[in-house]
Structure formats: structure tokens, C-alpha cells
Ligand binder design. Structure first.
Ligand code: 475
Length: 816
């Protein structure tokens, strides 16, 4: 596969780069400049993939195979250029080509802007799955929205988070292929009108609608050196001509342009996952926009294959709903099948249930989506009618099976009544799907035994688990070239396609020579990161210290506060000289807080304030440093993770559905300090109890403590170090200019019951951290643990996850 074909030679690459600089960009190729040559290289690499992409798409038609539609409002693909280069197996050629122009490939790569089309875990998972679908040759597509503005750009000003607009398409992206000929009309508002068909049956049609066009924009997702290129199709809103004409005819030019602009707002901006997602009309418009466009595309392809009946639709189409964000799909497919294709309700419903499957990503009650009946009724009147009819039939059925159980009807209904009438999107997704999965074993168990217990009783076997995974291509091969090379030198490169091969490393865990090489690679990565931090923040950090990282969205359940309390405790111990000797640590924090989540934003300020106090205290010196890296994103994660010694995975047990950062760290040889939550449990199972730092209450403990009897104040009173740390926060030690600034944080822990059980886990966490330091002082032990972490991570490849989805849920096989 890697054997250079003619267009893979350095010379042909150089010709193409210069040709693109001159003829695509219209720029003078001399002298070679970074920005232009970066683009020239992008177009040259793109050319080499486009042929494979066309061939792959054609092969789907030729084999008339079942296809997977992965529907997600979010994707976080990270930078593309290196991913494409490595997929083509052309890294050396590209390095040499640009070197000949006096440029450096690594510098060119930094020119690319991160497409931040997602919030965090859910979006990044979707992109890992796209990579694995392509590498495993699963025929499928990703579908989403091409937002003009991705997740906000975070800066830290005086310790506070500031949000800036992320206008990532400001300069056209070479990776986005606009398909002006794939445009679909999308309707909104209007009303549902009853009429009688020729056979005298009552039927409905959706009339008096407002409309907008959805234009397809495609991004290639290549498999790793296998010639398979999957398509990610993102929709962009374009105003309709009709809309304009109507205004123009009335002589209202400005009105025409204004409504054009407004209708195009649909794909303008990604919604940050704020504490409460309710009531955002534009968000529901986005959801339906992308669903309606995607289904027109799905049906276009289905029809192209000349099917005589819709009965075989589920044999051709599998639709995966990435959380409930695309769940309105179920009502949309019913509308198409019943209103437009004239199928009976029963037939249409059977087709729906055989087509959809739904992945849940969170059990936090505030994150479960609902839409008011009023809003859906206004924006999607026919869909609301359909949802009511689905609910009527469903509750009828439940009533027959469980007579007299009014409580059950209330808990299962698609409509919640307690807070004004709301449609529960998770309930719609569950009853409209054949399979519902959680994303780690514990999470899937919680879905069955707590959150959706009644549904599990009703539909035994519908709930299942697919533990998340990450792509080894981006998260080891690309992010950590030095470690990849070391691994390759002893076990070869098969792990890139089949991560289980990493287990062969275990044989080297105690080999002193291998250990030394392992340590050298890790040291080198830490030095690279130290240089990056110095460049970005002007802060010097010592690569010889223990690199302790807590990088993820800022949320109370992820308990950055627990980490901060540990930092303050270390600080106090250093200052009082109460530790015989301390293992020097550098604490890394990174992550965004939802713009409307005040407590999370205050936590960011606290981290920075503690950092300022600690870093500025001469008594501390090198022993403790705290850095907060602004604007966490995929590219930043790629720099941080390979340099981590310790990975903080310390959520309240039962609250982190899976986590995927935890997998990235362990794969790169960091050790985890973590609770029995999400995929931590499964990571610990495979790497071994001895190679994992465990602490904290279990999910069952948490459930019990939440049922009553938990008293954080008593813990505070009885733990001197904890009391001191909290008192420092609440009395303004870290905010002398505003002593009461951090009171809300301390109040949430003491006055408001400490819902996330920070105090309950504090003592065990601090004790386990001491064990971390002790192990770190024994390099042979630490290195052995590190190697064994990497060696045992085979299970967490997203290739494994995707093959489980393919076999057990989608019923599709890889193309041969
Ligand atoms: C979980 N995002 C992780 C990851 O499965 C898990 C919610 C509402 C609106 C927009 N985005 C969201 C999430 O819910 C999310 O990212 N969930 C995460 O999904 C992949 O590993 O535990 O928190």
C-alpha cells in the first residue's frame, strides 16, 4: 500500500504544490511562503485522496450494500492535513518535498485551524467513529451541520474565561467540498391540513410552510492506507429563491435580503451545551434542518437503487442517532412514509423501529432534552401530531399490558406534564429504535436499572452496551510519533490496524533497556510540551516534575474542585514544611465552561487564582506549579496527552457516562488516578488493579448518600487539612481583592449539600495522590506500570467499538 505510485513521488508532489500555489491560489510561488505552501500542499494531498473517495462511493452503489448513517449534530475531527498524509502513507515524501522548498512540515501543519464543530466528548467520539468506519471499510456516512462558527474560542483574561467567535471558515477550508447541485428544500412552521384521499381515507399534508435550502458540503474521511474514503456530509443553510421573489415583488428589497440572511442563520453557530438546553428555538430548527436534509438524501439514494417497496428499507439503511439531538428523525420518517409514500401507520412504524438505533451519552437529568409542545406545534405542526399519535398508540399498548398502572403511563409517556407540556426526546428515541446503547458498561447498567428502568422492563433486550473507543491513528500514531516509533521497533506496526497487538509490549515491561528507551521518549515529549507552554503562556515549567493533567470540559461532576483542593493541600504542606520530601508536580488544567454555567466559570477563575498564588510564592519554587492552558481543543490535546504522567479521571461515580480522554492518556502511557466511573472501570480491569490509582465512593455509595444522611459539614469539621483549604478559598486567600469571590463554590460544598460528593471523596483522593508520588519516585516501577497501561489498551480502539455496532446493531459487514 505504501509503495510509491507515480503521483506519490517527491518530485510529483513538489510540482503539484507549486502548480496549486500558482494556478489554484493565483499566487507567485516564489519565494516559497508558509501560508501559501501550506495550502498548496493541502490541495496536492486532497487531489490524491479524491480518486479514492470517488471509487469508494462508486463501490457502495456497485455492491448495493446496506449503509450506515451516523447522524450527529457535532463532529470534532481535529486538523485534517496530517491525518490525510498518513492515511496515504506519504509522510516522508511530504516532509522531503516541503524541505526542498526550505519549509518545515510541522510548521505548515500549525497553519491549519481546528474545526470546532462540537462541544466535547460526544463530538470527538463521532469523529473517532468516522475514522474507524473508514479504516474498517464499513459502508457509511456521517451527517451533520457545517456551522460557520464552531465552539467559542476561549481566552483567559485576568483569570476569567472570555468567549470569542470561532470563525473557522473565514478563509475557505480546502477540505470542505461544496456541492451546489445537492440542495434540498426544508420546510418549517405552517400547519397540518386534513384532506380525504381518492379512496376516502383521512390524510394529512403540511402546508403554508416557510422554507430554506440545505446545501451539501462534503469532507473526506480516509481509512488508514486502505484506499477507502468515507464521506462526512455537513449541511449549510441557503435561502430559497422563492422567499426572495416574494419580497422583491412587493418592492421590499431590504426585507428580501434580511429574510434571506435570517433563514441562513440556521447553520450559523454551534450551540454550546449549556446547563439547561431548553427553549432555544434556533436549536430545534437546526435539529430539524439537518434531519430533513439527511432523510431526503437517504431516500434519494434508496430510490436510485430502484426498490419496488419500502419493506426493504431497513435492509438498506441503518440510522444511528448520536444522542437525542437527531431524534426528531423518527417523526420525520413517519411523516414521509405515511403522508408522502402512503404507507399504513403500522407498516411505517415497523420500518422506523427497524431503521433507528439510539446512543445515550449522559444520565445527568438536566442534560436530557425536552422540547415544549408549544414550540414543536408551532415549528413542526405535523410532527407534533405524529408524536401524539405515536404516544397514543404506545400508551394504549402499555395500558393493556399493565392495567391500572397510571404511574407507569406517566413515567413512560412521551409527554411530560410537570413543567408545562414537554416532549421527552429520549423517550421518542427509545420507542422508535430497535436498540438503545450506553457508552460504557456501568453507564449502560445505569440506563437499565435506574434512568430507563421501566422501558427496560417493557422491552427486554432493547438496551445494550457498546463501550466507547478512540482511534489509535490520531491518538497514538499521529499525536505521539516518538512512542509509536519505539513501539514499532519492538512489535512492528500491526497495532495501527489492530490495537490488540499492543499486548506484545507486556513482555518488555521489566526489560531495563526498553524501560530506558520508554523513559527517554516520555522525557522528550515532556520537553516538547514545556517548550510549547513557554511559547504560549510565557510560563517556564520543569520537565523533570510529575506532569499531572486534568483536561476536559469544566463541570461540577468532573470535579476539578477536588483536584484544586488537593493542590491547595500540597501547597499548605510545602509552606508549612510538613512533608519530609515532596515529589515536584506540574498541574495542567484545560477546558471550556459553557458560557451560561456560572459555577463552572468561577471554577476556572479559582484554578487561575490558585495558580497565581502558588506559582508566585518563592517558598514553593519548582515543587508545585499550576498552569491553565486556554482554548482546549483537539490539537492541544494531541500536544498534552503524550506528555502526561498522571491522568485525572475523578468524576463522581455514576456521572461520567464513559469518558474517552481517560483512554487517550492510558494509551499514551500515563497512569490514571480515578474513581469507579464510566470506562475507568473497564480500563482498570484490563491494565490491572496494580497499575491504576483508585479512590472514592462507588456508584452505589453515591446513590445511597443521595438518598439521605450525607453531611459534608461534619467532614469539613473533622478534617483539618480540608477545613484549612476551604477556609482559604472562602476567606479570600486566593482573591484578596475580592474576598467573597469564591463563596459560591464553598457554599455549594457546605451550605448546599455537596451534590457531587467532593468532600466525601477528599481524604481518599489525597491519600491516593500520596501513593502516586511514592510510585513516581521509583522510576522502574512507574515505567513498568506505564508500559503495562499502553500494552493493555487494545480493547479501547474505536475499531473494536465500530465492529460491535456493525455486528450487533447495524447488521452490516465490512466491504471486501
Ligand atoms: C459524556 N454533549 C462522556 C462522551 O460518549 C462520553 C450534550 C448536549 C448538547 C451538546 N453536547 C452534549 C454530551 O452530552 C457529551 O459530550 N457527553 C459525553 O459523551 C462520548 O465519553 O462521558 O459526558
Amino acid at each position: 500500500m505504501t509503495a510509491p505510485e507515480s503521483n506519490q513521488s517527491v518530485e510529483s508532489l513538489k510540482d503539484d504544490i507549486q502548480r496549486h500555489v500558482a494556478l489554484t491560489l493565483g499566487s507567485d510561488p516564489f519565494p516559497p511562503r508558509k501560508g501559501r505552501y501550506y495550502l498548496g500542499l493541502c490541495y496536492s494531498v486532497r487531489d490524491r485522496l479524491l480518486g479514492q473517495w470517488l471509487e469508494t462511493q462508486r463501490s457502495y452503489y456497485d455492491s448495493i450494500t446496506k449503509r450506515v448513517y451516523y447522524m450527529s449534530l457535532e463532529f470534532l475531527p481535529g486538523r485534517f492535513l496530517m491525518n490525510y498524509i498518513q492515511a496515504l502513507g506519504m509522510e516522508e515524501e511530504c516532509r522531503e518535498a516541503v524541505r526542498d522548498f526550505g519549509l518545515d512540515l510541522d510548521e505548515l501543519l500549525e497553519e491549519e485551524w481546528n474545526p470546532g464543530l462540537g462541544n466535547g466528548g460526544l463530538g470527538r467520539l463521532a469523529s473517532c467513529y468516522m475514522d474507524s468506519m473508514a479504516t474498517c471499510r464499513i459502508p457509511g456516512y456521517g451527517y451533520g451541520i457545517l456551522y460557520d462558527y464552531g465552539i467559542f474560542y476561549q481566552t483567559i483574561v485576568n483569570g476569567y474565561q472570555h468567549e470569542g467567535a470561532d470563525n473557522w471558515l473565514r478563509q475557505d477550508s480546502p477540505w470542505v467540498l461544496r456541492r451546489g447541485h445537492f440542495m434540498f428544500l426544508i420546510n418549517f412552521y405552517g400547519r397540518s391540513e386534513a384532506y380525504e384521499d381518492s379512496a376516502g381515507h383521512e390524510r394529512f399534508r403540511w402546508v403554508d410552510t416557510e422554507s430554506v435550502m440545505a446545501m451539501a458540503c462534503d469532507i473526506m474521511v480516509p481509512g488508514h492506507q486502505n484506499g477507502h474514503v468515507t464521506n462526512m456530509r455537513l449541511w449549510k443553510a441557503i435561502s430559497t429563491r422563492d422567499f426572495e421573489l416574494e419580497h422583491f415583488n412587493r418592492g421590499d428589497y431590504i426585507g428580501a435580503v434580511q429574510s434571506k440572511v435570517e433563514s441562513e442563520n440556521i447553520s450559523k453557530v454551534l450551540y454550546p451545551n449549556d446547563t439547561s438546553p431548553r427553549g432555544k428555538e434556533l436549536r430545534l430548527r437546526q435539529q430539524y434542518f439537518f434531519v430533513a436534509a439527511t432523510f431526503q438524501d437517504i431516500l434519494r439514494r434508496f430510490r436510485k437503487n430502484n426498490y419496488s417497496s419500502f419493506d426493504c428499507f431497513p435492509d438498506q439503511v441503518a440510522v444511528q442517532l448520536n444522542d437525542t439531538h437527531p431524534a426528531i428523525s423518527i417523526a420525520e420518517l413517519m411523516r414521509i412514509l405515511v403522508d408522502e409514500e402512503s404507507l399504513t401507520w403500522e407498516t411505517a412504524w415497523t420500518i422506523c423501529q427497524k431503521t433507528f438505533s439510539y446512543t445515550n451519552h449522559t444520565v445527568l437529568p438536566e442534560a436530557l432534552e425536552t422540547w415544549s409542545v408549544e414550540l414543536i406545534g408551532r415549528m413542526l405542526p405535523r410532527h407534533l401530531q405524529i408524536i401524539f399519535e405515536i404516544n397514543r398508540r404506545f400508551l394504549d399498548d402499555v395500558g393493556k399490558r399493565f392495567p391500572g398502572r397510571v404511574d407507569l403511563l406517566r413515567s413512560l409517556s412521551l409527554i411530560a406534564e410537570d413543567n408545562g407540556k414537554q416532549v421527552r426526546m429520549a423517550h421518542l428515541a427509545i420507542i422508535g429504535s430497535h436498540t438503545v446503547n450506553g457508552v460504557a458498561e456501568l453507564h449502560s447498567k445505569i440506563l437499565k436499572t435506574r434512568l430507563f428502568k421501566d422501558f427496560d422492563n417493557l422491552y427486554p433486550g432493547k438496551f445494550t452496551n457498546v463501550t466507547n473507543g478512540i482511534t489509535p491513528r490520531r491518538w497514538l500514531m499521529q499525536a505521539n510519533p516518538a512512542l509509536s516509533e519505539l513501539i514499532g521497533s519492538v512489535i512492528g506496526d500491526e497495532w495501527i490496524h489492530d490495537l490488540s497487538h499492543l499486548s506484545e509490549l507486556a513482555a518488555y515491561a521489566d526489560d531495563p533497556e526498553f524501560q530506558q528507551r520508554w523513559q527517554e521518549v516520555r522525557k522528550r515529549n515532556k520537553k516538547l510540551l514545556a517548550r510549547y507552554v513557554l511559547r504560549k503562556l510565557g510560563v517556564g515549567i520543569n520537565p523533570a516534575t510529575l506532569f499531572d493533567m486534568h483536561i476536559k470540559r469544566i463541570h461540577e461532576y468532573k470535579r476539578q474542585i477536588l483536584n484544586v483542593l488537593h493542590v491547595i493541600t500540597l501547597y499548605n504542606r510545602i509552606r508549612s514544611g510538613s512533608v519530609a520530601h515532596h515529589v515536584p508536580r506540574t498541574l495542567f488544567f484545560a477546558g471550556k465552561a459553557a458560557p451560561g454555567y456560572m459555577q463552572a466559570k468561577l471554577i476556572i477563575k479559582l484554578i487561575n487564582a490558585v495558580g497565581q498564588a502558588v506559582n508566585g510564592d518563592p517558598a514553593v519554587g519548582n515543587d508545585l506549579r499550576v498552569v491553565f492552558l486556554p482554548n482546549y481543543c483537539v490539537s492541544q490535546a494531541e500536544k498534552l496527552i503524550p506528555a502526561a504522567d498522571l491522568s485525572e479521571q475523578i468524576s463522581t461515580a455514576g456521572m461520567e457516562a464513559s469518558g474517552t480522554g481517560n483512554m487517550k492518556f492510558a494509551l499514551n502511557g500515563a497512569l490514571t488516578i480515578g474513581t469507579l466511573d464510566g470506562a475507568n472501570i473497564e480500563i482498570r480491569e484490563v491494565v490491572g488493579e496494580d497499575n491504576f490509582f483508585l479512590f472514592g465512593h462507588t456508584e452505589e455509595d453515591v446513590h445511597r448518600l443521595h438518598s439521605g444522611g450525607y453531611d459534608p459539614v461534619q467532614i469539613y469539621e473533622s478534617n483539618i487539612e480540608l477545613k484549612k483549604a476551604l477556609d482559604m478559598i472562602s476567606t479570600g486567600f486566593f482573591s484578596p481583592e475580592a474576598p467573597g469571590l469564591f463563596r459560591p463554590i464553598v457554599d455549594s460544598l457546605l451550605a448546599h449539600g455537596d451534590y457531587y460528593l467532593v468532600l466525601a471523596d477528599y481524604a481518599k483522593y489525597v491519600a491516593e495522590q500520596a501513593r502516586v508520588s511514592k510510585c513516581y519516585e521509583d522510576p522502574a516501577l512507574w515505567t513498568r506500570m506505564s508500559i503495562l497501561n499502553t500494552a493493555n489498551m487494545g480493547k479501547f480502539s474505536s475499531d473494536r467499538s465500530i465492529m460491535e455496532y456493525a455486528r450487533n446493531i447495524w447488521k452490516v459487514s465490512p466491504l471486501t
